[in-house]
Design a protein. Structure first.
Length: 200
């Protein structure tokens, strides 16, 4: 039995469902909303590479290293992006949340906070994780701010850690949250979502 079993999560009009080849066209359309593959600090696939992107995610799921979701608008079935559990370590009950991207039209809306709330809740409350982690490019300041807004703590920077899509070498900023910190973080995220709903 895999540590992360197939599951569909729903909240506030957003659905996280296991990424599948059937999402290929929707995922390509989401990436095209903003031509996200042109950003050097992301791993968003180019349109012609979408199928290979999904196949890689499925192979990583089979190997137990990553479980990718399609982010879907519940009412319309429109694919908005993708996010994953990755670097899954069952022995120490730790997962990381990453490979996250959304079409430009839903960025800076409730979508990211809703997705993270669902994934953190599933990790801590269902999988009984001790730690949830995040990592991001040292130049991806928007991602760092978003992770910190979740209540995660910065663990440090791994220098010369990975290649960017343009071949340059990046430093990776690492964050984490422990299970004991989750209740307060959850309360804050729910507060932010309620406040957002009131101002829409």
């Amino acid at each position: 039995m895999a540590f992360v079993e197939p599951v569909t999560l729903r909240d506030r009009g957003i659905r996280l469902e296991p990424l599948a080849l059937s999402h290929e066209h929707g995922l390509a359309a989401a990436a095209a909303d903003g031509e996200l593959w042109k950003l050097r600090i992301t791993s968003v696939p180019e349109p012609q590479d979408t199928r290979a992107y999904i196949e890689t995610a499925l192979k990583m799921r089979e190997d137990g290293n990553r479980f990718a979701f399609a982010v879907v608008e519940d009412a319309t079935g429109k694919v908005l992006g993708s996010t994953s559990y990755h670097d899954i370590l069952p022995a120490v009950k730790r997962v990381e949340i990453g490979y996250t991207w959304y079409c430009t039209s839903v960025q800076r809306t409730h979508v990211n906070t809703t997705c993270k709330l669902m994934m953190m809740g599933h990790a801590f409350d269902t999988l009984s994780c001790h730690v949830v982690g995040w990592r991001t490019d040292n130049y991806n300041f928007a991602s760092q701010k978003a992770i910190e807004r979740l209540g995660a703590r910065k663990d440090g920077v791994i220098r010369g850690h990975a290649l960017r899509r343009d071949g340059t070498i990046r430093d990776t900023v690492m964050y984490s949250m422990r299970s004991g910190e989750w209740p307060e973080a959850k309360a804050q995220l729910l507060y932010l979502l309620e406040r957002h709903a009131l101002t829409e």
